[in-house]
Design a protein around this ligand. Structure first.
Ligand code: AMP
Length: 139
């Protein structure tokens, strides 16, 4: 399927929709997921217009995964979860709901079930505080 330039992450990249940013550079943008599966759930997206893993150029994917590691390290330091899951869904059958490639960085806490795809919007003030905590741990 063709890339839809009006998907929500494309709008975030263009600044048409607000986001709680963690890191941005010429290659990627990282921001808080508004319906987090766990405390500290962060998304990392390429600036390149790619619907999924199959569409992105290898050099852009390399930058994306490199930045994803940087953000994951900051999330780990900020929240000290017991584990951390990296998720990337391709197409609805796999759970993709926003059709701009993204990596989910999902902290996992012993005994706390993940709220996967539950339409619960996080409190904005809390998310803002979480974003600040992660940003402080960036190199
Ligand atoms: P996926 O199901 O893998 O496509 O993941 C899409 C993710 O984007 C979900 O976890 C949503 O909570 C998240 N999401 C949707 N809209 C926004 C938004 N405006 N800002 C931040 N995260 C969003």
């Amino acid at each position: 399927m063709a890339y839809d330039p009006n998907n929500v992450f494309a709008k975030i990249l263009r600044g048409e929709i607000p986001s709680l940013k963690i890191l941005e550079d010429e290659h990627v943008l990282a921001f808080m997921d508004i319906m987090p599966w766990s405390e500290g759930h962060t998304l990392v997206i390429p600036r390149a217009a790619a619907r999924n893993l199959f569409e992105i150029q290898p050099h852009a994917l390399a930058k994306l995964i490199e930045r994803t590691q940087t953000v994951a390290q900051a999330v780990q330091k900020a929240f000290k979860p017991d584990g951390l899951r990296l998720v990337q869904n391709n197409e609805p059958a796999a759970g993709q709901t926003v059709f701009h490639l993204h990596f989910h960085i999902v902290p996992c806490y012993e005994g706390v079930p993940l709220l996967i795809h539950q339409p619960v919007m996080a409190d904005q003030a809390l998310l803002r505080a979480h974003a600040e905590r992660i940003r402080k741990e960036l190199p």
